[in-house]
Ligand binder design. Structure first.
Ligand SMILES: [Zn+2]
Length: 407
């Protein structure tokens, strides 16, 4: 018995995800946490309701599989969140996937990727990277959260064997391709007055970890000439990183700008009367192509050298993580565009996305695509993000229709 995908049915599924991890500051569903375990129960319940079998792969990705022999088309997103996130980033795609699986005549696997946000261990798209063998497991498993818990210990506490994660890639072989529905994390669709948009590509991204080593000393008695102030040098690095990006910025509108964010800082000893001895600083850089990021990095390296000579602070730059730009499968984008034209009677926009997504990771191995849903506030990673479920229902219908035409 088929039914039409509507805002009401999506709302019912979202409501069942309920208040898991919801606090005054938004949604807290860190990977490998108790809240994460609670979302697994929700997933199992949803899967049972549409007659799918739940499996958990060695990397912790959740699969709701049909009885038919693989390969299947995979649809999904993620259920984990950042600290203080919104209700839709991730869950929207999983909820739509269950509706598509419930209504599609062809066998669909619903996939919820583990630790997409990487908020706890700085391991974004952990689950999908495991599926394409893109994790440096020995070093990744040693990473520690702010409480000193290693990723290996957290994974074990969540019921998985860290030694088995390397077996994950063969699970991906069961998919013909993967489509992810996701909230737009900008105002782009809202400004265009478009409910949905097809993502053409994910921008390149590099995250640098900058370690500045100075010397702890008295804030009052140390003369300027003897100071090796790591925090003052870090401030100059932040400003310099933004200025260097400005030089790369294009104003002709044909290219999205290089986007720079100094996103995290840890300073030691972090005492009001002591000169900072050590600062660790993370800087995130994104652009449609790698060359813009590489040129920016060269400028930052020379700024570090110049600052070291001037201040005596040692400055080390290391790449914490990076991803190449990723173009989505043209035949899938065309199928989605065609389906959207048929559903809503006019062409849909294509857009470049500046965030990382699981669909972009698995696109390395299998045909993949993304459909964005309008976000009226444009805000993301915050409780202020928003979606009209009418728009989400349209997105789900578009994917369901596109699936009918795919091989
Ligand atoms: Zn997301």
């Amino acid at each position: 018995m088929t039914h039409v995908i509507t805002a009401e049915v999506l709302a019912a599924r979202l409501d069942a995800l309920g208040e898991i991890g919801v606090g005054a500051e938004g949604v807290y569903r860190m990977a490998w946490s108790e809240e994460d375990a609670a979302t697994r129960e929700w997933f199992a319940h949803q899967a049972a309701g549409v007659g799918l079998r739940v499996q958990r792969d060695p990397a912790g990705n959740l699969w709701a599989c049909p009885d038919a022999e693989p390969p299947w088309w995979g649809i999904g997103s993620h259920l984990d969140s950042v600290r203080g996130g919104g209700r839709f980033d991730g869950p929207l795609g999983v909820v739509c996937a269950f509706e598509i699986a419930a209504t599609s005549p062809r066998p669909i696997a619903v996939v919820s990727f583990a630790d997409e946000e990487g908020a706890r261990f700085n391991t974004p798209t952990f689950g999908s990277k495991a599926l394409v063998a893109r994790l440096d497991l020995p070093s990744v498993l040693e990473r520690r959260d702010d409480d000193g818990v290693s990723l290996a210990a957290a994974v074990r506490a969540a019921g998985l064997d860290p030694g088995g994660i390397g077996q994950a890639p063969r699970w991906l072989e069961r998919l013909s391709g993967f489509i992810e529905i996701h909230i737009d994390q900008t105002t782009e669709l809202a400004r265009a007055g478009e409910p949905v948009g097809v993502v053409s590509a994910l921008a390149a991204r590099t995250r640098l970890e900058v370690t500045l080593t100075g010397r702890a000393d008295h804030a009052g008695t140390t003369p300027r000439s003897e100071r090796r102030d790591a925090l003052a040098a870090a401030a100059r690095m932040i400003v310099g990183a933004e200025d260097a990006a400005g030089a790369e910025r294009s104003l002709d509108g044909d290219h999205a700008p290089l986007t720079i964010t100094a996103s995290k800082i840890i300073t030691k000893p972090n005492a009001p009367t002591t000169i900072a001895a050590e600062v660790r600083l993370w800087i995130d850089a994104r652009a449609p192509n790698v060359d813009a990021i590489d040129a920016w990095r060269v400028q930052l390296d020379s700024l570090a050298t110049e600052l070291h000579e001037r201040t005596g602070v040692d400055i080390e730059l290391a790449v914490a993580s990076r991803s190449d730009p990723r173009e989505f499968a043209p035949e899938l984008r065309e199928a989605l565009s065609q389906a959207a034209r048929e559903e809503q009677g006019h062409a849909v926009p294509e857009l470049v996305c500046f965030a990382g997504h699981d669909a972009g990771v698995v696109a390395e191995r299998i045909p993949a695509a993304m459909l964005f849903v309008r976000n009226p506030t444009g805000v993301s990673h915050s409780p202020l993000e928003n979606v009209e479920l009418e728009d989400a229902a349209l997105a789900a219908r578009v994917v369901a229709r596109a699936l009918q035409t795919l091989p």
